[in-house]
Design a binder for this molecule. Sequence first.
Ligand code: HEM
Length: 399
Amino acid sequence: MADHAPVSPGDPQAKFPLGATVTLEQLEHNPHPILARLRADEPVSWIPALDGWLVTRHDLAVAVMRDSRAFTVDDPRFSTAQVVGPSMLSLEGELHARHRAPFAAPFRPRSVSERFAEAAATDAERLIDGFAAAGTAELRRAFAGPLAASIMAGTLGLEQGEVPDMLTWYDGIVAAVTEITAGGELPARGREAFAALGNRLQATMADESSLLGAAAADSDLSEPQIVSNAAILLFGGIETTEGMIANALVHLLENPDAIDPARHESKVLDDVIEESLRLEPAAAVVDRYATTDANLAQASVKRGDLVRVSITAANRDPAVFAEPDAFDPARPRPRSHLAFAQGPHVCLGVHLARLEARTGLATLLDRLPNLRPDPDRPARIKGLVFRKPPVLQAKWDPP
Ligand code: HEM
């Protein structure tokens, strides 16, 4: 007799034996082998460890993300909305469009470039000034993180000196979302952090030349609704962009032949960034909830089920990318990865994120000759939802 509980015929575990073996540990540390097996054998699989479905094929991932009627973010279990209120990230249909529309213009490529190109270059130079002479640094904490935070402060109309406050509010909001996701109550710290952010943003919204002011002026949203969406910008733009820059650096350090071409040709650097986003998208998954019973590949999804899309898995689908595990910046259509999602919730900050990564990496490569990994402290990308290297120690020849 097996020593585990019997599985009923209608039980998804019976139909998805591979999914039944998946552990959170595996998904967090080395997800690629198991995701490849799932994609081949159970492309929509019931994963008991997630208490939900996991979608791993590229075409199915796109189908789920595009069909917001059947697979919604608008569900009470979506914890971010419980902390910051309804926003573009938690709404669908007309309400979603209403919350997103005011931010569309300020986040278009030209507007992003006019507002942030110079700031990104200045910030990158300033950060590098702080460690260039040392010949070594931990580049996630010393560079990728502070660059993302500094540009986000600019996005919200805050001064450089206010970055620590902004990060405190951010931490408070993230901690509250984590607490609620784990089944707890909204902690006072989360409520206070969100209130403090709102108080500070009042002043910015009054200034129409600021990004938030432009959004507020062009909007029928109330001030609290603008603040909720601004909190989502903060939520969406700090950890992911830090991860995007850090992961691209890891891929460059692991592939030293790519460093010189990327240093000398901006097109190559762009392709390196896209290839890194494909191999290790900083936001590894997006979650949806089924609004209706639906058949997805061999899965009978029930209304209310969690449907988690693995962007990480879709980005290595061999049906779309030849030799999907190889780092190949020269591959055709470098932007066909799903790192910024697709459908109505496609990342609003995509142009700003690319600008930050391109400027940050170009400046690093320019300033740090013979950039190489520290052989004693290899960088490893990890994470279940957000993936990045906890430590990214690098060396170079100091001036
Ligand atoms: C400047 C930096 C960024 C900002 C301001 C930003 C902002 C946003 C916002 C506001 C949304 C919600 C859009 C909506 O629901 O209509 C979003 C969605 C998303 N962003 Fe970004 N983002 C940034 C960087 C990134 C980066 C670097 C990545 C990954 C590499 C990323 C991945 C995503 C994904 C996957 C979604 C879809 C979420 C979902 O559908 O559930 N973002 N972003």
